[in-house]
Design a protein around this ligand. Structure first.
Ligand SMILES: *Cc1c(COP(=O)(O)O)cnc(C)c1O
Ligand SMILES: [Zn+2]
Length: 417
């Protein structure tokens, strides 16, 4: 494999490619480093990717797994539930409404468990199996629990998913159905995460976003690879991405950078705009304050999948937003509801609250005049609306009538015949 080691993001101390996530010297987070072969024949390298399977394993060369790339066609058996290759949709009606030029929606609700988390879980679970783990687990804000439970079921692995006890009912039901151990912790995500960190030291389990976190995070790069491929091997000018821990946001940028360095894709590194809910916006607050430190907050928002009050990759997200000329904005719960409706009404895509955060942030950037009409923009829609139905309750009226022609005519008297 092209991955050579784990490395501390802060002091650069190298570690073996094991289930570890924190530097013993400075407590910094670890990430995977690669030694990619130079790409001499770009056309051939692109053809190889295009000839791969219709899922994230077409990018196996850029992921931290041991299986030889030649076997990538059969690699869906690695993770059980092939993720990725989701639609990139040109959103002209939404662009027009917002006064934008070229706008694309990357619809990652179209994954096996309806969120982008299937990408990160696929990579973490595949690596966990290579390392010999038989139990998988996670600390989740909802979607991760869905995905870990489903992957466990697909592979016949026992799983434990830890969630805040106040999670949306749809997400709990869509998790328990897979026959996992659902552990509802009477706390918010940060309390759940602390418990899982403690448990990971005691149990020989693969916690996908704790001790497997360096591998997990790599899965988000596949969103950048896919968008680049779908845009004809070019980068977009700007990306709008929701932020919980900040992992997705930073790894999308990393994916574009890797391919630009290898010459696989042309164009500059995109401007990166992060999106948070006002009720849980430690990264947006740090960005606004010009600070590198994300002060932890107590989440209070309908965007529960983004409700991480103490984001692990917060400082890196702030730094990326600044370096790329972008920013991190926050939107209120009402703006989130309106964002869900706006996306649904102009594209036919029904997203969960996190996608409402993304759409509302896109609208805010457009209204502020931050986006040029000549820019090619991609908004990342990361989850499915059916999981957070309460967000659209009472936002429209249903016409209830008796089953008669006259009743219909009375109700719709003024409507087009
Ligand atoms: C987890 C999640 C995110 C963001 O995750 P990060 O922790 O920032 O990587 C975004 N959208 C949805 C729907 C999610 O479930
Ligand atoms: Zn270190």
């Amino acid at each position: 494999m092209a991955a050579t080691s784990l490395q501390c993001k802060e002091c650069k101390t190298p570690y073996a490619l094991e289930a570890r996530y924190v530097c013993e010297r400075c407590f910094g987070p670890l990430e995977v480093v690669y030694d990619h072969e130079r790409v001499d024949d770009v056309a051939e390298a692109r053809r190889r990717i295009q000839g791969g399977p219709q899922n994230i394993w077409r990018y196996a060369d850029f992921l931290p797994l041991e299986q030889p790339p030649a076997s990538a066609r059969r690699a869906s058996s690695l993770s059980g539930l092939p993720a990725g290759c989701t639609p990139l949709i040109r959103a002209d009606r939404l662009a027009e409404r917002l006064g934008l030029g070229e706008l694309w929606i990357k619809n990652d609700a179209a994954n096996p468990t309806h969120s982008f988390k299937d990408r990160v879980v696929s990579v973490a679970v595949a690596r966990a199996r290579e390392l010999g783990y038989e139990v998988i687990a996670c600390a989740s804000t909802g979607n991760l629990a869905n995905s870990v439970a489903a992957h466990g079921a697909a592979l016949g692995l026992e799983s434990y998913v830890f969630i805040p006890a106040d999670l949306e009912e749809q997400k709990v039901l869509a998790t328990g159905v897979y026959g996992t151990h659902v552990v509802a912790v009477r706390s918010n995500y940060d309390g759940v995460n602390r418990l899982c960190t403690e448990l990971s030291g005691e149990r020989d389990w693969a916690f996908v976003n704790v001790n497997m976190r360096p591998y997990y995070a790599e899965g988000s790069k596949t969103l950048a690879y896919e968008v680049a491929e779908q845009l004809g091997w070019e980068t977009p000018d700007r990306c709008v991405v929701p932020i919980a821990s900040g992992s997705l946001f930073t790894k999308i940028a990393r994916g574009f950078d890797e391919w630009r360095e290898l010459g696989l894709v042309s164009g500059d590194g995109p401007t990166m705009n992060g999106a948070q809910a006002t009720g849980c916006s430690p990264v947006a607050q740090a960005f606004a304050a010009g600070s590198d430190v994300c002060r932890p907050v107590k989440p209070d928002t309908i965007a529960k999948s983004l409700a991480i009050g103490n984001p692990a990759d917060g400082p890196y997200a702030v730094e990326l937003a600044r370096r790329s000329g972008g920013g991190v904005d926050a939107v209120t719960d009402d703006e989130i509801r309106a964002g869900i409706r706006l996306l649904a009404e102009t594209t036919g895509i029904f997203t969960e609250t996190a996608g409402g955060v993304t759409t509302a942030t896109l609208a805010k950037l457009a209204a502020r005049g931050d986006i040029g009409r000549d820019e090619r923009v991609v908004a990342f829609i990361t989850g499915e609306g059916l999981k957070t139905l309460d967000a659209v309750r009472d936002t429209f009226t249903t016409h209830e009538i008796d089953p008669s022609y006259d009743a219909f005519e009375a109700e719709f008297a003024g409507a087009r015949a």
